[in-house]
Write a protein that binds this ligand. Structure first.
Ligand code: CA
Length: 231
Protein backbone atom coordinates (compact mmCIF):
# COMPACT_ATOMS: atom_id res chain seq x y z
CA UNK A 1 0.00 0.00 0.00
CA UNK A 2 1.36 3.43 -0.84
CA UNK A 3 1.90 5.96 1.90
CA UNK A 4 -0.84 8.54 2.42
CA UNK A 5 0.29 11.94 1.15
CA UNK A 6 -0.05 14.87 3.52
CA UNK A 7 0.10 18.41 2.22
CA UNK A 8 1.52 20.86 4.75
CA UNK A 9 0.63 24.50 4.06
CA UNK A 10 2.68 26.51 6.51
CA UNK A 11 4.82 29.62 6.00
CA UNK A 12 6.92 29.32 9.15
CA UNK A 13 9.89 27.20 8.21
CA UNK A 14 10.54 25.80 11.70
CA UNK A 15 6.99 24.67 12.24
CA UNK A 16 6.83 23.27 8.72
CA UNK A 17 10.03 21.29 9.34
CA UNK A 18 8.68 20.11 12.68
CA UNK A 19 5.46 18.83 11.12
CA UNK A 20 7.27 17.26 8.19
CA UNK A 21 9.61 15.38 10.53
CA UNK A 22 6.70 14.09 12.62
CA UNK A 23 4.61 12.86 9.72
CA UNK A 24 7.51 11.55 7.63
CA UNK A 25 8.78 9.42 10.51
CA UNK A 26 5.32 7.98 11.04
CA UNK A 27 4.60 6.46 7.69
CA UNK A 28 3.26 9.42 5.73
CA UNK A 29 4.62 11.18 2.70
CA UNK A 30 4.86 14.94 3.19
CA UNK A 31 4.67 17.64 0.55
CA UNK A 32 4.95 21.30 1.48
CA UNK A 33 3.77 24.71 0.45
CA UNK A 34 4.69 27.97 2.16
CA UNK A 35 1.82 30.08 0.86
CA UNK A 36 -1.93 29.83 0.33
CA UNK A 37 -1.85 30.03 -3.46
CA UNK A 38 0.97 27.53 -3.90
CA UNK A 39 -0.88 25.32 -1.39
CA UNK A 40 -4.01 25.43 -3.49
CA UNK A 41 -2.12 24.56 -6.63
CA UNK A 42 -0.36 21.65 -4.89
CA UNK A 43 -3.72 20.47 -3.61
CA UNK A 44 -4.85 20.08 -7.21
CA UNK A 45 -1.60 18.69 -8.59
CA UNK A 46 -0.68 16.27 -5.76
CA UNK A 47 -4.19 15.17 -4.73
CA UNK A 48 -3.12 14.74 -1.07
CA UNK A 49 -4.97 12.41 1.31
CA UNK A 50 -5.02 15.10 3.97
CA UNK A 51 -4.14 18.78 4.31
CA UNK A 52 -2.53 20.44 7.33
CA UNK A 53 -3.40 24.09 6.90
CA UNK A 54 -1.95 27.02 8.80
CA UNK A 55 -4.46 29.87 9.11
CA UNK A 56 -1.96 32.74 9.16
CA UNK A 57 -0.39 32.74 5.71
CA UNK A 58 1.47 35.59 4.01
CA UNK A 59 -0.45 35.79 0.73
CA UNK A 60 -4.06 34.77 1.25
CA UNK A 61 -5.73 33.91 4.54
CA UNK A 62 -5.91 30.24 5.55
CA UNK A 63 -9.70 30.53 5.82
CA UNK A 64 -9.81 31.58 2.18
CA UNK A 65 -7.62 28.61 1.24
CA UNK A 66 -10.00 26.30 3.09
CA UNK A 67 -13.06 27.70 1.33
CA UNK A 68 -11.42 27.35 -2.09
CA UNK A 69 -10.34 23.75 -1.35
CA UNK A 70 -13.93 22.93 -0.43
CA UNK A 71 -15.10 24.16 -3.83
CA UNK A 72 -13.43 21.20 -5.50
CA UNK A 73 -12.42 18.67 -2.85
CA UNK A 74 -13.62 16.89 0.27
CA UNK A 75 -10.05 16.02 1.34
CA UNK A 76 -9.77 16.10 5.14
CA UNK A 77 -8.34 19.42 6.32
CA UNK A 78 -6.83 19.95 9.76
CA UNK A 79 -6.42 23.59 10.57
CA UNK A 80 -3.22 24.55 12.38
CA UNK A 81 -3.84 27.72 14.27
CA UNK A 82 -1.68 29.93 16.43
CA UNK A 83 -4.77 31.86 17.29
CA UNK A 84 -6.33 30.91 20.54
CA UNK A 85 -9.65 32.57 19.81
CA UNK A 86 -12.39 29.99 19.64
CA UNK A 87 -14.13 32.07 16.99
CA UNK A 88 -11.60 31.13 14.32
CA UNK A 89 -11.74 27.45 15.15
CA UNK A 90 -15.53 27.51 14.93
CA UNK A 91 -15.40 29.42 11.65
CA UNK A 92 -12.91 26.95 10.21
CA UNK A 93 -14.96 23.93 11.30
CA UNK A 94 -18.14 25.46 9.93
CA UNK A 95 -16.32 26.23 6.66
CA UNK A 96 -15.52 22.54 6.26
CA UNK A 97 -12.35 21.88 8.27
CA UNK A 98 -12.35 18.42 9.81
CA UNK A 99 -10.44 19.36 12.93
CA UNK A 100 -7.98 21.83 14.36
CA UNK A 101 -4.74 21.82 16.31
CA UNK A 102 -3.61 24.84 18.26
CA UNK A 103 0.07 25.84 18.30
CA UNK A 104 2.12 24.83 20.16
CA UNK A 105 1.17 21.18 19.77
CA UNK A 106 2.91 17.89 20.48
CA UNK A 107 3.64 15.16 17.97
CA UNK A 108 1.22 12.71 19.59
CA UNK A 109 -1.65 15.16 19.40
CA UNK A 110 -0.94 15.92 15.75
CA UNK A 111 -0.67 12.24 14.83
CA UNK A 112 -3.88 11.35 16.67
CA UNK A 113 -5.77 14.09 14.82
CA UNK A 114 -4.33 12.90 11.49
CA UNK A 115 -5.32 9.28 12.16
CA UNK A 116 -8.86 10.29 13.11
CA UNK A 117 -9.34 12.49 10.05
CA UNK A 118 -7.95 9.85 7.67
CA UNK A 119 -10.12 7.17 9.24
CA UNK A 120 -13.24 9.29 8.89
CA UNK A 121 -12.56 9.99 5.25
CA UNK A 122 -11.87 6.29 4.58
CA UNK A 123 -15.13 5.38 6.31
CA UNK A 124 -17.01 7.97 4.32
CA UNK A 125 -15.78 6.33 1.13
CA UNK A 126 -16.25 2.70 2.12
CA UNK A 127 -19.44 2.96 4.11
CA UNK A 128 -22.70 3.16 2.32
CA UNK A 129 -24.79 3.69 5.43
CA UNK A 130 -23.81 4.37 9.01
CA UNK A 131 -22.07 2.18 11.56
CA UNK A 132 -24.62 0.00 13.29
CA UNK A 133 -23.06 0.09 16.72
CA UNK A 134 -20.91 2.46 18.74
CA UNK A 135 -19.21 0.62 21.55
CA UNK A 136 -16.60 2.17 23.79
CA UNK A 137 -15.54 1.58 27.39
CA UNK A 138 -18.84 0.15 28.61
CA UNK A 139 -21.07 2.41 26.54
CA UNK A 140 -22.94 0.82 23.64
CA UNK A 141 -25.25 2.53 21.18
CA UNK A 142 -27.17 0.34 18.78
CA UNK A 143 -28.25 2.67 15.97
CA UNK A 144 -30.48 0.05 14.43
CA UNK A 145 -32.51 -0.55 17.56
CA UNK A 146 -32.04 2.99 18.91
CA UNK A 147 -30.79 1.46 22.12
CA UNK A 148 -28.27 2.93 24.55
CA UNK A 149 -26.65 0.68 27.14
CA UNK A 150 -24.18 1.49 29.85
CA UNK A 151 -22.42 -1.31 31.70
CA UNK A 152 -25.06 -3.68 30.35
CA UNK A 153 -28.01 -1.61 31.56
CA UNK A 154 -30.34 0.17 29.23
CA UNK A 155 -30.29 3.98 29.49
CA UNK A 156 -33.47 5.89 28.83
CA UNK A 157 -32.95 8.98 26.70
CA UNK A 158 -35.55 11.39 25.37
CA UNK A 159 -35.83 11.57 21.60
CA UNK A 160 -33.75 14.76 21.40
CA UNK A 161 -31.14 13.34 23.76
CA UNK A 162 -30.89 10.18 21.67
CA UNK A 163 -30.48 12.15 18.46
CA UNK A 164 -27.75 14.25 20.07
CA UNK A 165 -25.85 11.25 21.37
CA UNK A 166 -26.22 9.39 18.12
CA UNK A 167 -25.03 12.37 16.06
CA UNK A 168 -21.93 12.69 18.26
CA UNK A 169 -21.30 8.93 18.26
CA UNK A 170 -21.53 8.70 14.47
CA UNK A 171 -18.83 11.37 14.37
CA UNK A 172 -16.80 9.99 17.26
CA UNK A 173 -13.39 11.59 17.55
CA UNK A 174 -14.44 14.64 15.59
CA UNK A 175 -15.40 17.94 17.15
CA UNK A 176 -18.86 19.15 16.16
CA UNK A 177 -19.57 22.86 16.57
CA UNK A 178 -22.56 24.16 18.55
CA UNK A 179 -23.98 25.65 15.40
CA UNK A 180 -23.66 22.43 13.42
CA UNK A 181 -25.32 20.41 16.18
CA UNK A 182 -28.17 22.90 16.59
CA UNK A 183 -28.88 22.83 12.85
CA UNK A 184 -28.70 19.04 12.68
CA UNK A 185 -31.02 18.45 15.61
CA UNK A 186 -33.42 21.38 15.59
CA UNK A 187 -33.25 22.29 11.91
CA UNK A 188 -31.67 25.26 10.12
CA UNK A 189 -34.50 27.67 10.88
CA UNK A 190 -35.23 26.77 14.48
CA UNK A 191 -35.06 29.60 16.96
CA UNK A 192 -32.52 28.00 19.28
CA UNK A 193 -29.35 28.92 21.09
CA UNK A 194 -26.57 27.13 22.89
CA UNK A 195 -28.55 27.16 26.13
CA UNK A 196 -30.93 24.43 24.95
CA UNK A 197 -27.92 22.38 23.89
CA UNK A 198 -26.20 22.83 27.24
CA UNK A 199 -29.33 21.77 29.12
CA UNK A 200 -29.74 18.65 27.00
CA UNK A 201 -26.05 17.82 27.29
CA UNK A 202 -26.20 18.15 31.08
CA UNK A 203 -29.10 15.68 31.15
CA UNK A 204 -27.29 13.29 28.83
CA UNK A 205 -24.17 13.41 30.96
CA UNK A 206 -26.17 12.70 34.11
CA UNK A 207 -27.48 9.57 32.42
CA UNK A 208 -24.32 8.38 30.67
CA UNK A 209 -21.37 9.55 32.70
CA UNK A 210 -20.13 8.10 35.93
CA UNK A 211 -19.04 11.59 36.92
CA UNK A 212 -20.76 14.26 34.79
CA UNK A 213 -18.23 16.86 35.96
CA UNK A 214 -15.41 14.83 34.45
CA UNK A 215 -16.94 13.33 31.35
CA UNK A 216 -15.49 10.16 29.91
CA UNK A 217 -17.58 9.86 26.75
CA UNK A 218 -18.59 13.34 25.62
CA UNK A 219 -16.02 16.11 25.92
CA UNK A 220 -16.62 19.84 25.83
CA UNK A 221 -14.37 21.79 23.50
CA UNK A 222 -14.76 25.11 25.26
CA UNK A 223 -16.28 27.79 23.06
CA UNK A 224 -16.33 25.43 20.08
CA UNK A 225 -18.54 22.38 20.56
CA UNK A 226 -18.50 18.76 21.64
CA UNK A 227 -16.44 15.72 20.77
CA UNK A 228 -17.33 12.11 21.53
CA UNK A 229 -14.67 9.66 22.61
CA UNK A 230 -13.22 7.86 19.66
CA UNK A 231 -13.72 4.10 19.36
CA1 CA B 1 1.80 31.27 9.79
Amino acid sequence: MSKPTLLIIEDEKNIGNYMETIVASNGYKAVRATGGLSGLSMCTSHRPDLVLLDLGLPDIDGMEVLKRIREFSSVPVIVISARTQEKEKVEALDAGADDYVTKPFGSEELLARIRTALRHSAQAVVRSGNPLVYSCDGLTIDFDKRLVMREGKSVHLTQIEYRLVSLLARNAGKVLTYDFILKEIWGPYADTDNQILRVNMANIRRKLEENPAEPHYIFTEIGVGYRMREL
